[in-house]
Design a protein around this ligand. Structure first.
Ligand SMILES: Cc1ncc(COP(=O)(O)O)c(C=O)c1O
Length: 275
C-alpha cells in the first residue's frame, strides 16, 4: 500500500527470469509492488542500453534487474536457483515465479469470469480464441471450460510451436491441474481445442503480413493495441475464422487479450507499412 511495506513482508522476495521484453517479468514486478514484496528480475540478455530500455517498466515497478547474458533457459533457471539460495543464506525468503500448473489456475478462473460475463450480458459466447504457446494460459482456460461443462469451443492459434509440441504442452499442464486439484474433470480429449497453425509463420516473435494487418485493423478500427508475438497472431486467426465464415456474422465470440502491449515499442522497426 502507499503507506509503505508491511513489516511481515520484509525480506520476502519474488524472483523471476525472462528476456528483456518478458511479459511475465513485467507482471511479476508489478504484482510484487502491489503486495509489497521485493522483486529480482533475471534477464537472460546482455546488459545493453537497448535492453535496459526494454526492461524500463520493471525498474519503474521497483524491481532489481540482473542481466545475466544471452544464456539458455536451463542456465537461466540455474541462475534463478542460485539467486534464491543466496537469499536464503542471507536469512531472506525467496519464491521463484514460474510454476506452469499454479500459473494455469489463474486462467481456470478466467473461464469462469468469461462465462459469468457472457451469461450476464446475454451474449452466449461459443468460440474463444487464445494464443497457443507454452501452455499454462491455454490449459487453465480449457480446464475451467471443462469444469463449466464445456460451454466454449476453445481455439488455440499457435505462435510458438508446431502442433504436436503445442498439444503436448497443453496436455501436460491439463493433467497437472487434474493431479494438483484432485478434481474429477473430463479428460482433455472429451472436448479438445481446435489448433490453428496457419499464423505461426517464421515462429515466435517473427511478424507476418497477417499479424501486421491485425495490429493495424485493431488499432485503427477499435482503438485496441495488440502486438506481433502473441495477440496479433491470435487476432489474425480470429479474423480469418470470421472472414471464412467459420464463425457466423453476429455470433458472439471472444479473443482473450493476454496483454504484452509494452512489447510493441521494441517491435517498432518490424512494421512495413507504419514508419
Ligand atoms: C502476452 C502473452 N500472451 C500469451 C502468452 C502465452 O502464454 P502461455 O505461456 O501460458 O502459453 C504469453 C507468454 O509469455 C504472453 O506474454
Amino acid at each position: 500500500m502507499l503507506a509503505g511495506r508491511c513489516a511481515a513482508r520484509e525480506g520476502r522476495y519474488l524472483l523471476v527470469g525472462g528476456g528483456a521484453t518478458s511479459n511475465l517479468c513485467r507482471l511479476t514486478a508489478a504484482a510484487a509492488s502491489l503486495v509489497g514484496l521485493d522483486c529480482i528480475v533475471l534477464h537472460n540478455a546482455p546488459d545493453t542500453p537497448e535492453n535496459r530500455e526494454r526492461s524500463f517498466l520493471n525498474r519503474l515497478f521497483g524491481a532489481e534487474l540482473r542481466f545475466i547474458g544471452a544464456v539458455d533457459e536451463s542456465q537461466r533457471n540455474a541462475a534463478l536457483a542460485e539467486a534464491a539460495a543466496e537469499l536464503v543464506r542471507q536469512g531472506r525468503k525467496p519464491y521463484i515465479v514460474g510454476d506452469p500448473v499454479l500459473g494455469a489456475m489463474g486462467y481456470v478462473r478466467a473461464a469462469f469470469e468469461l462465462h459469468e460475463q457472457s451469461q450476464r450480458e446475454e451474449a452466449p459466447i461459443r468460440h474463444v480464441f487464445l494464443a497457443g504457446s507454452m501452455g499454462p494460459t491455454e490449459a487453465g482456460f480449457i480446464f475451467g471450460n471443462a469444469l463449466l461443462g464445456h460451454p466454449f469451443q476453445v481455439h488455440l492459434v499457435s505462435v510458438e510451436y508446431e502442433r504436436a509440441e503445442l498439444e503436448e504442452h497443453v496436455r501436460r499442464i491439463y493433467e497437472g491441474l487434474r493431479d494438483r486439484t484432485g478434481l474429477d474433470v473430463a479428460p482433455l480429449d472429451a472436448a479438445p481445442p481446435q489448433y490453428h497453425m496457419e499464423h505461426l509463420g517464421g515462429g515466435w516473435g517473427v511478424p507476418t503480413p497477417a499479424s501486421e494487418a491485425a495490429i493495424l485493423a485493431f488499432a485503427r478500427t477499435e482503438g485496441i493495441l495488440i502486438e506481433h508475438v502473441y495477440t496479433a497472431k491470435t487476432c489474425a486467426g480470429f479474423v480469418e475464422a470470421l472472414t471464412e465464415g467459420r464463425i457466423a456474422v453476429g455470433e458472439p465470440a471472444c479473443v482473450i487479450h493476454t496483454g504484452g502491449t509494452a512489447a510493441l515499442f521494441s517491435q517498432f522497426g518490424s512494421f512495413r507499412t507504419v514508419t
